[in-house]
Design a protein around this ligand. Sequence first.
Ligand code: SF4
Length: 251
Amino acid sequence: MTSEAPKQIRPSTESPVALDALERLSAGELLRFAFDRFGDRAVIGTSFQHGGLVLIDPAREAELPIRVFTIDTLRLHPETYQHITAVERHFDVRVEKVTPDPAAVSRMTAQHGEFLFFDSPDKCLHCCKIRKDRPNEGFLGNVDCWVTGLRRDQSEERAQTPRARMTAKYGRPLLKLSPLAGWSDEEVKRYVRARESPVNELYSRGYSSIGCAICTTPVLPWEQPRAGRWRWEHQGQTKECGLHLERGDGI
Ligand code: SF4
């Protein structure tokens, strides 16, 4: 991708009309808007599931040099690391890998052990906070627009996901776009197949939602896509790690 001078226009928290208008844009138009308005202060965040490909592909096709980042918890499946490399090559894009603070990880594992997530839901959330949420917060502190692959059909928690919202999750206004909010799982898969994008090998082994190794497992055909997350602790509980949870008002 070519580089272009950044446009540093900060989003306003008082733009409900603009948000309404964004709700009506197509996925490609939302990506175009994000880059035109915010330049390199707009980023696509992806965990390298199918949805991320549906965001990267049209951006690449339209020659939008929009930045792409991923949170590398340092506990991803080997197949996911291979997939990231394949995506970088296929789309000729550099993926910014955001890793947790090594000192914070060392403190956590020294105190609670490497596999603390098995102990309790609280420790599970603590691990996600150290490995995912804080690195995400640190990275997003330097941008104004966060483009995600969230979809409403992924879980009950995500059923009301808007395509555009202002979030103050990390203590400052940030425009959060979810261009695929209204897409179905089948639509996403069809797009990826039609475009012959590289796919994470884990999908062929029954995974439908891919996160950290151990904490993510394959799902059965009748289960929700995120049912394979934290199976041992979270039966009947939320399947969110906190990355997308707003304070008290859903995703
Ligand atoms: Fe830790 Fe599991 Fe969360 Fe990954 S998904 S950050 S290993 S608790």
